[in-house]
Design a protein around this ligand. Structure first.
Ligand code: DWN
Length: 422
């Protein structure tokens, strides 16, 4: 797999290519999808940065023909990806409710008592830990994003600014003791050295405790053709089978799993140090994965064809509307939205602008295609004919919020899983 001149020249020191599967160590990696050189999807630009050279990184996806783990073929340094992080889940009501439910579920499942230690890895701005704190748990966050750690500590969520590693786990254990609950939402999929990470979990988790992690579920990605959730932050695209096998290598047991609607279809996985029996839900998902042939290369070659069909149909629709002089904007300057825009080469010639609720993003431009971002209020001010919903994972919340726009005749376009106009 050759790395293009652009990647080789500008970012070699910040990106390296995977030689073996990051879970099982096999060298039987099959490359099945190339989304092309892409800028970091959270790399929003200020106006005066638009004319400076942007860094592009390869976005090649492969799957391990031994354990089935779908993973990126290149790793971009976490310093670049996570030092200053703009993804703040607490900006969405959907996610705030989701984290409150997770805290309750975790306390129930572990029969945790007041003052038991809860550690959240990838704790972001501390939203989840605040829910645990409300239940009188002792809390500790770990996150590499300096901007978010500052905010969390200011809001009373004790947070360490670091990447979670086995070494750090030992330091935490020495200072705080073992944890009754360790959580990790949308973080395990971001970790390159999974074996070191799980050694750390093993060292830090109490014998009675649970490690509860959430990540987008590969079956949801394949069924929903969610190729826009494939980007440099997400190094692995998990299904239960390879994760189950990986946990066993570390003396950990995947005892239960829940499918969740968030982020286009995720799973919540419950992991214990004890070799307890696996629930029927685990067994059912393992059977489903076998039925969906997630270990067969034909599955991924078919997926690539579906991705190309989505791109062709979306670009054709947008061009047809533009030729008819229809006005079109985007909604949700999300990481996934930037993947679609860059892969389909959709720029300001097609979308006049994108509206977004996050103040940090407003007034900036999207990475790669340089589309301007405005507050959501601009949608009703301008009443464009069509709005391409780039944050489709919040479609219900957004379409409900913008009922007035639709009442006035505005239409939303959803690209995935099927091109739809609502
Ligand atoms: O793993 C990750 C996934 C889970 O989320 C992170 N690495 C990055 C992140 O991806 P994302 O940027 O696609 O996140 P969101 O939360 O799916 O992006 C939604 C965007 O839509 C945000 O920029 C906020 C915006 N939004 C809005 O403008 N109005 C969201 C809602 C709910 C709204 O009402």
């Amino acid at each position: 797999m050759s790395v293009g001149a652009r990647e080789r020249g500008t970012v070699k020191r910040e990106v390296f290519r995977l030689e073996v599967c990051r879970a099982c160590g096999s060298n039987k990696l099959l490359l099945f999808l190339q989304l092309g050189p892409t800028p970091a999807p959270n790399g929003f630009l200020k106006a005066h940065h638009r004319h400076q050279a942007e860094k592009f990184y390869p976005l090649d996806v492969c799957f391990c023909q031994d354990c089935g783990l779908v993973q990126l073929a290149h790793v971009v340094s976490p310093q670049i990806m996570f030092k200053n992080y703009v993804y703040i889940p607490s900006t969405s009501e959907t996610m705030r409710n989701h984290f409150a439910g997770l805290a309750l579920d975790a306390i129930k499942k572990t029969a945790a008592k007041e003052d038991d230690l809860v550690i959240d890895i990838g704790s972001n701005d501390g939203t989840l830990l605040k829910s645990f704190k409300a239940h009188k748990m002792k809390i500790l966050g770990v996150d590499p994003a300096e901007n978010l750690v500052k905010k969390a500590n200011k809001e009373g969520v004790n947070t360490m600014c670091a990447l979670f590693t086995n070494k750090l786990a030992k330091e935490i254990k020495k200072k705080y003791g073992k944890a009754r609950i360790i959580t990790g939402t949308n973080v395990v999929a971001h970790v390159h050295d999974l074996n070191d990470f799980l050694e750390g979990i093993n060292a830090l988790l109490s014998d009675e405790g649970l490690f509860i992690c959430e990540f987008p579920y590969l079956i949801g990605l394949l069924e929903g053709i969610e190729f826009d959730t494939i980007y440099q932050e997400h190094l692995s695209y998990f299904s239960i089978s390879p994760f189950n096998r990986l946990l066993k290598r570390h003396g950990l047991t995947l005892i239960d799993v829940q499918r969740l609607p968030v982020h286009g279809g995720s799973v919540r996985v419950f992991v214990s140090k004890k070799s307890l029996p696996q629930s029927m839900r685990v067994k059912n998902l393992l059977k489903l994965e076998e039925k969906k042939k997630i270990l067969k290369q034909e599955t991924y070659l078919k997926f690539r064809k579906k991705v190309d069909k989505v791109r062709h149909e979306l670009v054709q629709l947008l061009w047809t509307l533009r030729i008819k002089n229809k006005s079109i904007v985007g909604y949700g300057a999300s990481a996934k939205g930037n993947i679609i825009l860059n892969y389909c080469r959709i720029g300001p010639e097609t979308l006049d602008y994108i509206v977004d609720s996050i103040s940090y993003k407003q007034g900036k431009f999207t990475p790669g295609m340089h589309i301007p971002i405005f507050p959501e209020s601009k949608l009703l001010e301008d009443q464009p004919d069509y709005t391409l919903l780039l944050a489709w994972n919040f479609a219900d919340e957004i379409i409900k919020k913008q009922s007035e726009y639709r009442k006035r005749g505005g239409k939303f376009i959803l690209a995935l899983p099927k091109l739809t106009i609502v």
